[in-house]
Each structure stands twice: as structure tokens, then as C-alpha cells.
Design a protein around this ligand. Structure first.
Ligand SMILES: Cc1cc2nc3c(=O)[nH]c(=O)nc-3n(C[C@H](O)[C@H](O)[C@H](O)COP(=O)(O)O)c2cc1C
Length: 158
């Protein structure tokens, strides 16, 4: 295989960029991720890949839940704050307020909308582990155009 062609072709996959909320007995966390897609209408399933060995991946593996916060076009600064390990400060992560609902994972008020998932299957192979989540709760804060990877100029893939 030509590695350059592989990189170029894989970078042709279009993505959004989301805030994924996680939790375990040590507390809540959130990270910015793009490896996410819906994979079933009924039941509603999404599939997420979480970087193996990160706090977030370990939290999803142990709690069996995660949340997905859909950001608005223009929220590049917000998403950028979630590329690194964080400490929770009251009801804030990286300076952004969150609440919790069904799963206990962070739901950011500044996002457009959110959904929460219960992990129903997993494939822990590769450098990112794959979690299939059943959507068990969802909410809309406001209408708007979604943030895309293209808009941010970031790449994660290839
Ligand atoms: C543009 C971009 C996209 C990313 N997408 C993912 C992703 O889909 N899955 C993932 O696990 N990490 C992804 N990351 C890396 C995480 O944001 C980063 O490892 C974060 O530190 C993980 O949080 P934690 O260390 O608190 O667990 C991405 C990073 C960037 C810059």
C-alpha cells in the first residue's frame, strides 16, 4: 500500500467534531472527538472510537455510558479546550458549564444539542477502542448550523 495515498484517501472522510462526556467513580470528564457516526435507526445506535489508554476511554469502558454534545459552527475555541486532560471545577469543565441527566455524563449548556448513550457492544482493538452506544436520551438547547472538522482546519485521521 502507498502510505501517502492511504493518508490522503482516509483524510477524505468528512467529519463533525463533538464533545464526548464520560464519567466513572473518580468523576466526570470530556474530550473532543470526531470518530463518531450513527450506525442504526432502530434501535438508535452510534459508534464511537476512543483513544486507547486515555482517561476518557477507560471511563467509557468501566461506566458503560457516554454523552455526545453537538457544537455550533463558530465554536472552535470551545472544542479546542477539550484536546487535553482536564480537571473538573464544580459544574465546569475547561471553563464551560455542564449539567447531567440520565447517564451522569456532562451535558454542556453552550452546545446545540446532546444525546446520551449506553454501551451495548465494544471492540477493543487498534489504537482507538470502538464502543457501540444505544441512544437512551436526547435534548435540544437551540437550533443552529453544526461545527464541522473542515471549518476548524484540524485533521484527525489518515
Ligand atoms: C481534531 C482532533 C480530533 C480528535 N478526535 C478524537 C477521537 O475521535 N477520539 C479520541 O479518543 N480522541 C480524539 N482526539 C484526542 C483527544 O481529544 C485527546 O486525546 C484528549 O486528551 C482525551 O481526553 P482525556 O485525556 O481527558 O481522556 C482528537 C484530537 C484532535 C486534535
Amino acid at each position: 500500500m502507498d502510505p501517502k495515498a492511504k493518508k490522503t484517501a482516509l483524510r477524505g472522510i468528512t467529519y463533525g467534531l463533538y464533545l464526548i462526556g464520560t464519567k466513572d467513580e473518580s468523576g466526570v470528564n470530556a474530550f473532543a472527538g470526531n470518530f463518531l457516526t450513527q450506525t442504526s435507526f432502530e434501535p438508535p445506535f452510534v459508534t464511537l472510537a476512543a483513544k486507547a489508554g486515555t482517561r476518557s476511554q477507560k471511563q467509557i469502558a468501566s461506566s458503560g455510558v457516554f454523552s455526545v454534545n453537538l457544537l455550533e459552527s463558530g465554536q472552535k475555541d470551545m472544542v479546542t479546550a477539550f484536546f487535553r486532560p482536564l480537571e473538573v471545577d464544580g459544574d465546569m469543565l475547561a471553563g464551560y458549564a455542564f449539567t447531567t441527566e440520565e447517564t451522569g455524563c456532562p451535558i454542556f449548556k453552550d452546545a446545540l444539542s446532546f444525546f446520551e448513550c449506553k454501551v451495548i457492544d465494544r471492540l477493543e482493538i487498534g489504537d482507538h477502542f470502538i464502543y457501540v452506544g444505544e441512544v437512551i436520551n436526547a435534548g435540544v438547547h437551540r437550533e443552529g448550523d453544526p461545527l464541522t472538522m473542515k471549518e476548524t482546519g484540524f485533521y484527525y485521521g489518515g
